[in-house]
Design a protein around this ligand. Structure first.
Ligand code: HEC
Length: 187
């Protein structure tokens, strides 16, 4: 279904994205759903701009950029308390290391899952940090800060060089170590 900013408002109020807006449209295509039922408000472009949903190929990434050095600053100010000075984890997960541990035949050796060893797409890192981190203040970082701290984590994981700049073009081009470690679930 094609979602306009108008029926997003309607979905948000009823959490019924799939069916109801179409029913409403069928009743009276000239009227917008929120107005048919007399409640809800239209979502503004400004409100929508806070949400991103980037795909692995980079579509949906916001504009902005950040260097590894800038990311180190962001990390030391807003992440280090939970993820450790060497990204080794603590309250939060370990973020680097563990390459080559996911597949082994020794049952005593647990896989070490990190951004470096496990995550197939760099765009997911941007998306996750933007939505969910820092854990105590999600959504508080600017897009530039999220690009920067993503660059820092990727550089600490030896995935990109220390002088790399991450932006909406370069981030999707990053080849994650476990990019081909997944198979499609045949369900
Ligand atoms: C207050 C503690 C805290 C702070 C501060 C914090 N994190 Fe986290 N982080 C967590 C916790 C807890 C999790 C696990 C969340 C879960 O599994 O639901 C996590 C998970 C993550 C993950 C996912 C790791 C994985 O492999 O699943 C990433 C990436 C991450 N944090 C990055 C960051 C970055 C970048 C910052 C700073 C901008 C940050 N975190 C700040 C506590 C924190």
């Amino acid at each position: 279904m094609y979602i306009t900013t108008k029926n997003v408002a309607f979905c948000a109020s009823l959490a019924l994205c799939a069916g109801v807006p179409m029913m409403a449209a069928a009743q009276d295509p000239a009227k917008e759903p929120a107005h048919v039922y007399g409640f809800g408000t239209d979502v503004s472009q400004e409100q929508l701009s806070h949400f991103t949903s980037p795909l692995p190929d980079g579509r949906g990434l916001p504009k902005g950029s950040g260097t590894v050095l800038q990311g180190e600053k962001v990390y030391m100010q807003t992440c280090v308390a939970c993820h450790g000075a060497n990204l080794e984890g603590g309250i939060g997960d370990r973020l680097v290391g563990g390459r080559g541990t996911l597949v082994n035949s020794d049952p005593a050796k647990a896989p070490v899952k990190t951004v470096e060893s496990y995550w197939p797409y760099a765009t997911t890192l941007f998306d996750y940090v933007k939505r969910a981190m820092p854990f105590n203040a999600p959504g508080s970082l600017t897009d530039d800060q999220v690009y920067a701290v993503s660059a820092y984590i990727l550089a600490k994981g030896n995935i990109i060089p220390p002088d790399a700049v991450m932006d909406e073009t370069s981030l999707p081009k990053v080849e994650m170590p476990n990019r081909d470690g997944f198979i499609p679930a045949n369900r």
